[in-house]
Design a protein. Structure first.
Length: 343
C-alpha cells in the first residue's frame, strides 16, 4: 500500500511539473478604453527589434491575451483605434495610441483602468525598478537594483545591457557584476547570456588592451586594427556605416577636433558595411581626411561578439598615447572633454 501511494505521489508530481512547463501567460485587462480598440504585446528579442507575441480586442471594457514564452521578455503593451478610424472614416487626427512598458513572463498578468500592469514576480520586480529609476536622478538605478535583487530576472537583464558595447565599464565594475549575479532561477537563458557577456567584457574594460579586428583598407589589403593605430598620441577609432545618419552627421564635428588638436590627436574610420559598393559611395559623398578601413566578415563577427557592439554604430574608441583604450565616448562632445582633460 505504501509503495502504491509513493508511485501515485511521484506521478502527480510529474504531472504538476509538466503543467508548469506547459503553462504560458495570460494577460487580462479591465480598461477605460472604448470597445473595438486593438490590444497587442510586442517584445524585444535578440533576432528582431520587436515581435508581436499576442493580440486581441477590447470588448466590454475588457481584453484577454494568451501566449507562451521560452523565457521572460521586455516589451510594450499597445492599444490603438486604427481599425475603428478606418471603418468609420474618421479623420486621421482621431487616431489614438497608448504604450505601456511591460516585462512578460509565463504568469497571470493584470492590466487595470490606468493601464498599470501587475502579476508575477518578474513584472513586480520590473515595477519596482521603474519606480526606483523615476526617483533616481544620478543614473545609478541599475546598479542599485542589481545589488538589492541579485537573483531577479530584471537584474540579469539590466546587467546584460550594462555589459554591451565594450570598453564602457571598468574592471572593478565587471568583477562586481560577476560576484553579485551568480544564479537566476527564473531565467536560465538570460543567465547563460550573462556568463558569455562577462567573459567578453573582461577583455574590453576601460584602460585595457585593444582587442584586434581584421580589416581591409581602401585598396582591399588585409590589415589589423592593432597595427594601424598611431603611437604617441590620442586616437579616436570611429566605427560607422553608410546607412547610419547619426554617424555621418557627427563626422564634421570629429573633423574639427582633428584639425584643432592636430599632432596630438588623430582619427581612424572603420566602416561595418557589408557591401563594398555602399562603403565606397559613402566615402565619395563624405570625404574625410583620415584613413578609412572596413571590417572583413571575420572582423564584423568579432566586433559583434568580442566588442559586443553588433551593428550599433556610431561606436567610438578613445586610445591613449601608450596604446590603452581609455573608453568608449558617446560622441564628439565627450571626445572634446577627454582631450581638454588630458591636454
Amino acid at each position: 500500500m505504501h509503495k502504491i501511494f509513493l508511485i501515485l505521489s511521484l506521478c502527480l508530481g510529474c504531472l504538476s511539473v509538466g503543467a508548469q512547463v506547459q503553462r504560458g501567460f495570460v494577460i487580462k485587462g479591465e480598461v477605460n478604453i472604448p470597445d473595438g480598440y486593438s490590444v497587442e504585446v510586442c517584445c524585444h528579442t535578440d533576432t528582431s527589434f520587436s515581435v508581436s507575441i499576442a493580440d486581441g480586442w477590447v470588448k466590454g471594457g475588457k481584453f484577454e491575451l494568451k501566449g507562451k514564452l521560452d523565457h521572460p521578455l521586455s516589451g510594450t503593451l499597445m492599444t490603438n483605434n486604427l481599425e475603428l478610424v478606418g471603418k468609420n472614416n474618421w479623420p486621421t487626427d482621431s487616431i489614438r495610441w497608448t504604450y505601456t512598458d511591460v516585462f512578460i513572463s509565463n504568469d497571470d498578468i493584470f492590466v487595470d483602468k490606468n493601464l498599470k500592469v501587475t502579476g508575477g514576480q518578474v513584472q513586480t520586480d520590473f515595477n519596482e525598478y521603474q519606480a526606483l529609476k523615476a526617483k533616481n536622478e544620478s543614473g545609478s538605478a541599475d546598479w542599485t537594483f542589481i545589488d538589492s535583487h541579485p537573483q531577479s530576472v530584471i537584474s540579469v537583464y539590466l546587467a546584460n545591457n550594462l555589459l554591451k558595447r565594450g570598453y564602457n565599464l571598468t574592471p572593478e565594475q565587471v568583477a562586481h557584476l560577476e560576484r553579485t549575479i551568480t544564479s537566476v532561477p527564473g531565467d536560465p537563458i538570460r543567465m547563460e547570456e550573462f556568463r558569455q557577456r562577462i567573459a567578453y567584457a573582461k577583455k574590453t574594460t576601460k584602460g585595457g588592451e585593444l582587442v584586434d579586428l581584421e580589416l581591409k583598407d581602401v585598396n582591399g589589403k588585409l590589415c589589423h586594427l592593432i597595427d594601424i593605430v598611431p603611437k604617441n598620441q590620442y586616437v579616436l577609432v570611429d566605427f560607422w556605416a553608410s546607412w547610419c545618419g547619426i554617424c555621418l552627421a557627427a563626422m564634421p564635428e570629429v573633423k574639427k577636433l582633428a584639425e584643432e588638436y592636430k599632432g596630438k590627436f588623430s582619427v581612424i574610420g572603420v566602416s561595418i558595411d557589408t557591401k563594398q559598393e555602399a562603403w565606397t559611395k559613402a566615402m565619395e559623398k563624405h570625404p574625410e581626411p583620415w584613413p578609412q578601413y572596413i571590417t572583413t566578415a571575420q572582423g564584423y563577427q568579432d566586433l559583434f561578439h568580442k566588442y559586443q557592439v553588433g551593428n550599433g554604430v556610431p561606436y567610438y574608441l578613445m586610445i591613449t598615447p601608450d596604446g590603452k583604450v581609455l573608453g568608449s565616448p558617446s560622441g564628439p562632445e565627450e571626445v572634446r572633454e577627454i582631450l581638454q582633460k588630458y591636454e
